[in-house]
Design a protein around this ligand. Structure first.
Ligand code: GLC
Length: 418
């Protein structure tokens, strides 16, 4: 009897620490299109556990978002307990995040794609748990494919350019704003993602390889960049060199583009009632330039601020948000791609996102940016790369000169090692 009472008291204490009611947490939920869906999830947890979650609205562009988090961490601020973290950040902020290795049960961690879990490790520490993943896709207008006599989306960039031009010329007769292809051409992290896809698809490598060697100075990489530059002002508007994800989506979703490169979140928004292209969208793998077509691996993860004063409750919150029920809800409501493998067999998830099964191999073969090998210097590497690419897109330089100069700049950033 005594033992049973002791056990009851112990388990009550344990669940009290896991769900300690009455705690107020602050969570970084990003901004823009994903904010409300994130907030709904956090509030569902708060209601279930008797806690409160305040939302911190962070900048929409990942570079600006990183700046805010770095500032907070540099000041050792405990203001934000839970951060949403880009897959490329563990090397940049991971040393100020709580090690989750022995805090999240192994079975729960092993339910996620192994590669994504590995990408969230820094020096053996698990600094975040996967929340959703991302891979670059080619969106296209199924109605216009039919109208212009095309039966399948383009397999190569050359085919894309031909198709985009034909549809653009035809549509512009009635709609001057219509354009062939929109993508992320602004000088920021999003351009690094798009341009990595171009490079890999031309056989031009990944800027820096997995051993840390700078590989970008090669003819295929140069050709990839020159090809992308040839789209500007022919099948893409001049303004594409200033577009981020949401600029491209705005144009595509208002019915003014044939093709768009974007992440999976654009699917559910494109199919919403206020979208002009609802029911007219297809999603395909990105085209090839001779090498294998490639999708950049993106995605977001949840970690706990090492200076947080509410780490037990924060742990409970991130386990809930990264768990199967919440990932399923987010996939159905917002096309946020699960990191939990079993959800790719869930009928409701697949019904809302048919491309999750047809493009499954695109997701599992997505190419990582070189954040692993370049560690704490990744941000500088990416900025040097996107600047070089943007210069080629705007005509300030040509592919070959740009990759040669970039290799020199990267060597300087690398110094004696990453
Ligand atoms: C998406 C990706 C992220 C990437 C960003 C670039 O949010 O998930 O990994 O860095 O786009 O804009």
């Amino acid at each position: 009897m005594k033992a049973a009472l002791k056990f009851l008291a112990l388990s009550a204490a344990l669940s009290a620490s896991a769900h300690a009611a009455g705690v107020t947490l602050t969570m970084d939920c990003g901004s823009g299109t994903g904010f409300q869906i994130c907030k709904d999830g956090a509030e569902a947890w708060a209601k279930k556990t008797g806690n409160t979650v305040k939302m911190f609205e962070s900048p929409n562009l990942t570079n600006d978002h990183l700046g805010v988090i770095q500032q907070q961490l540099a000041a050792k601020s405990s203001d934000i307990d839970v951060y949403m973290l880009d897959i490329i950040w563990p090397g940049l902020v991971g040393d100020q995040l709580v090690d989750l290795t022995n805090k999240v049960p192994a079975a729960e961690i092993n339910a996620h794609f192994k590669g994504i879990v590995e990408a969230n490790k820094l020096n053996g520490k698990l600094v975040a748990i996967p929340w959703f993943t991302d891979a670059g896709l080619l969106y296209y207008r199924t109605d216009l494919m039919k109208k212009y006599g095309y039966s399948a989306p383009p397999k190569t960039w050359a085919e894309l350019a031909t198709m985009a031009k034909k549809v653009q010329d035809g549509e512009q007769k009635a709609n001057k704003s219509f354009t062939g292809f929109v993508f992320q051409g602004k000088n920021y992290e999003g351009l690094t993602c798009d341009a990595l896809e171009w490079l890999v698809s031309f056989g031009g490598g990944t800027i820096v390889d997995s051993s840390g060697k700078i590989t970008v100075n090669n003819a295929s990489a140069a050709k990839a960049l020159d090809t992308a530059a040839s789209w500007v002002k022919t099948i893409s508007p001049a303004g594409v060199t200033t577009y981020a994800e949401e600029d491209a989506r705005g144009i595509f979703q208002s019915g003014n583009a044939m093709f768009m490169r974007n992440w999976p979140y654009a699917w559910s928004l494109g199919q919403s009632d206020d979208s002009k292209v609802k029911g007219m969208i297809g999603a395909a793998p990105l085209p090839s330039g001779g090498g294998p077509g490639a999708a950049t691996l993106g995605g977001w993860n949840l970690g706990i601020n090492t200076y947080s004063k509410n780490q037990a409750a924060a742990l409970d919150l991130i386990r809930y948000l990264a768990g199967p029920a919440e990932q399923k809800r987010r996939a159905i409501e917002g096309s946020f791609q699960p990191t939990i493998m079993s959800l790719y067999k869930d009928q409701a998830v697949l019904k809302a996102n048919p491309f999750f099964s047809s493009l499954y191999s695109v997701f599992t073969n997505a190419v990582a940016r070189p954040s692993g090998p370049t560690k704490g210097k990744y941000n500088q590497v990416s900025q040097a790369f996107s600047t070089a690419v943007n210069d080629v897109l705007t005509g300030k330089s040509k592919g070959q000169a740009a990759v040669a100069q970039l290799a020199t700049n990267l060597a300087r950033i690398k110094g004696s090692g990453w």
